[in-house]
Design a protein around this ligand. Structure first.
Ligand code: FCB
Length: 438
């Protein structure tokens, strides 16, 4: 890795990220069922129908995992606090769940690591999914209650709190494209989820501010949408994709509005009175999280319903996910974030999956090292261009449950054997540790 800490501003935070359902082992500690448990049981939804029941058993091994962060010289740990663990039916407190996060935060601090909490990283309690989940505005109200409950327990010790991880995935990917739980392909549910997930953010920020909490933010995922050809139709399709994927969330948070063509398409399906929520949604926050992985090439697809667009395969080298490697996109979005919001920014996720193999105790993931070096270089260019970038979190600390891809896709700095649950730091972990120690 061709950088040292001196290449970054004073106090710049290097961390690694995880999420509760992907690592903890959901069957432990009295957590309630989530929509991911049932989605995984539907035909063809998840590779090998795998779920997060055991995952990495971080629930019992979190001290070992935090030791890895400390030994690697990291500054921070980004984790999420599962709603279904804290409130198994979405409303009633499970004391064991609160105790777990209390221990986790203390153990993080004991190792000199800053705890970066995310409130919602996708494990919606099934009891709320039964009532329509994010298509139902009441879920946003229940989320504010959950936010208050968990913050009352650990909010005095976390360094930062994100409300929602990747609202595009929560809403569009899950309710319109059907790839994530609850697996709907329903424009009405999608439009409602696109709004209610932001309403949940606004209500949670309001509630936490009322408790005196600070360092509040949201984590948005961005994907460059470029036209697949030089035709005007493809240019328009890519621009619409950019509105739905990127601008919808950024402009709602920054300016309290939805982009014109996207809202024109979704307006017939939006919850009544949505306009009245926009001030709450755009209330001040303290930082913005940027998750960035790839770009997409978009073509016009008039054979499909609105938004009548489709991705096409691009020519760039790809990761194990089939995602094109395009570090310039990270620079692009950090500048867009700066232009939209005059706020500190964090790269809250960036990383790649690779078909890693463990041979004689070693994982030689040179592709991942190159990926990281190129994206960290893009982040440095953004800092040079005036972005107030405060930190960079690699996704992920551990190989884990990669949602619809089950355990097949490996994003970790640390290899996990899902039979024995043994952890083995990969070459990328050692390379990053070496850079951080210089
Ligand atoms: C992001 C998610 C994270 C992980 C990575 C690969 O969209 O936030 O949980 O799945 O992608």
């Amino acid at each position: 890795m061709d950088f040292t800490r001196d290449d970054f501003p004073e106090g710049f935070v290097f961390g690694a990220a995880t999420a509760a359902y992907q690592i903890e082992g959901h069957r432990f500690g009295g957590a309630g069922p989530t929509h991911w448990d049932s989605f995984a049981k539907g035909p063809g939804n998840v590779v090998r129908a795998e779920d997060g029941a055991t995952a990495c058993d971080h629930y019992h091994r979190f001290e070992e995992d935090l030791d890895l962060l400390k030994a690697g010289g990291f500054d921070a740990y980004r984790f999420s606090t599962s709603w279904a663990r804290v409130m198994p039916d979405g409303r009633t407190v499970n004391p064991e769940g609160l105790d777990f996060y209390d221990r986790l935060v203390d153990a993080t601090l004991e190792r000199g690591l800053k705890p970066f909490q995310t409130l919602y990283h996708w494990e919606l309690p099934s009891a709320l999914a039964d009532r329509g989940g994010w298509a139902n505005g009441d879920t946003a109200l229940a989320f504010a209650d959950f936010s208050e409950t968990i913050s009352a327990r650990i909010g005095d010790r976390v360094a930062s709190t994100a409300t929602i991880n990747e609202p595009w995935c929560v809403a569009w990917l899950s309710h319109f494209l059907g790839h994530h739980a609850p697996g709907l392909r329903d424009i009405r549910a999608a439009a409602r989820a696109m709004h209610h997930i932001l309403l949940a953010h606004g209500l949670a920020v309001e509630r936490l501010r009322g408790m005196g909490r600070d360092a509040l933010g949201i984590v948005l995922n961005f994907e460059r949408a470029l036209p697949a050809s030089e035709s005007a139709a493809d240019a328009a399709a890519a621009a619409l994709q950019d509105q739905i994927y990127n601008r919808w969330f950024l402009e709602a948070i920054a300016h309290g509005r939805y982009p014109e063509d996207a809202i024109a398409g979704l307006a017939p399906h939006m919850p009544e009175g949505w306009q009245d929520d926009m001030a709450l949604i755009s209330q001040p926050i303290d930082w913005l999280g940027v998750n960035y992985y790839t770009r997409s090439l978009i073509r016009s697809a008039p054979e499909t319903p609105w938004p009548a667009l489709a991705p096409v395969e691009g020519p760039l080298p790809k990761t194990q996910m089939g995602w094109e490697i395009h570090p310039e996109g990270l620079h692009h979005f950090l500048l867009r974030a700066r232009d939209a919001l005059d706020l500190p920014v964090y790269v809250t996720e960036n990383g790649m999956a690779w078909d890693d193999s463990l041979r004689a105790g070693v994982v030689e993931d040179t592709e991942r090292q190159r990926f990281m070096a190129d994206h960290i270089a893009a982040a440095r260019r953004a800092i040079a261009d005036g972005v107030d970038l405060r930190g960079f979190f690699y996704w992920s600390l551990l190989d884990n449950y990669e949602w619809a891809f089950g355990y097949e896709k490996r994003f970790g700095l640390v290899h996990v054997d899902f039979e024995t649950l043994e952890r083995t730091p990969k070459a990328s972990y050692h390379a990053l540790a070496a850079a951080l120690s210089r």
